[in-house]
Design a protein around this ligand. Structure first.
Ligand code: E4P
Length: 226
């Protein structure tokens, strides 16, 4: 099971890595455009920090030859555990066939339908990234789309894994974790909502305050043990 951070802000990445067990970072052109720095430098900083963890970088090219060229350059620059994100439209699917055959890790992105995911799997993508929130916004059911994609994988023994993306709340993530979906990429905001519960903080404060009633000078077990 993989949990990735969908962000390119190095401060956010360092913070999330400090607290959670994270398996890598995903980016897209919109995320990179928000960093106020050249994408090359932003991605280099991320690669240096996350070392050999997965780094997903999306191609901007739309035609076959340029997608192939851009994918190869990305992997050459950012190393082996770099996943090239290719949007799974018709042109993208053609390129995925070639790139996957050449041994490059491909994440088929911008997945809005199970059929798109199926075609990307057939083409050899390592991951398919369905966009839960964006599907919901079109009036469909993003969670259901992910479940259908998982059925396609199971029924046909595909090696491709799901990297669920585009969440608007942590409950959507939790629902899919319970279904055994393989991977998730979540924004910094969503990651922070995972354990953002005032009840938890208040319970912890109650425990500490009760303990202090024993001896207000002994604040933790350390004071008793040393
Ligand atoms: C990941 O592959 C996508 O780039 C990302 O999750 C899209 O998220 P958004 O719908 O919040 O922009």
């Amino acid at each position: 099971m993989k949990l990735l951070l969908d962000d390119a802000n190095i401060k956010n990445i360092k913070e999330v890595y400090e607290y959670y067990k994270i398996d890598g970072v995903t980016t897209n052109p919109t995320i990179l455009s928000k960093q106020g720095e050249k994408p090359l430098e932003v991605l280099k900083k991320i690669r240096n920090f996350i070392k050999d963890d997965q780094l997903h970088i999306q191609v901007l090219s739309k035609d076959y030859d340029s997608i192939i060229k851009e994918s190869n350059l990305i992997v050459k620059e950012y190393g082996n555990n770099t996943f090239v994100k290719i949007p799974a439209n018709k042109g993208g699917l053609k390129a995925i066939k070639k790139i996957a055959k050449d041994g490059i890790n491909v994440t088929a992105t911008a997945i809005y339908s199970p059929m798109q995911a199926f075609l990307a799997m057939k083409a050899g993508a390592k991951y398919v990234a369905p966009y839960i929130n964006r599907i919901d916004n079109l009036g469909y059911d993003g969670i259901l789309v992910v479940k259908k994609i998982q059925n396609i994988i199971d029924a046909n023994n595909f090696d491709t894994k799901i990297l669920a993306a585009s969440f608007k709340n942590s409950n959507q993530v939790l629902e899919l974790i319970q279904c055994g979906i393989y991977g998730f990429t979540c924004s910094f905001d969503i990651m922070n909502k995972f354990v953002d519960d005032k009840n938890v903080d208040s319970a912890i404060d109650d425990f500490v305050n009760d303990f202090l009633k024993l001896d207000s000078n002994k604040k933790t077990m350390i004071d008793y043990l040393l």
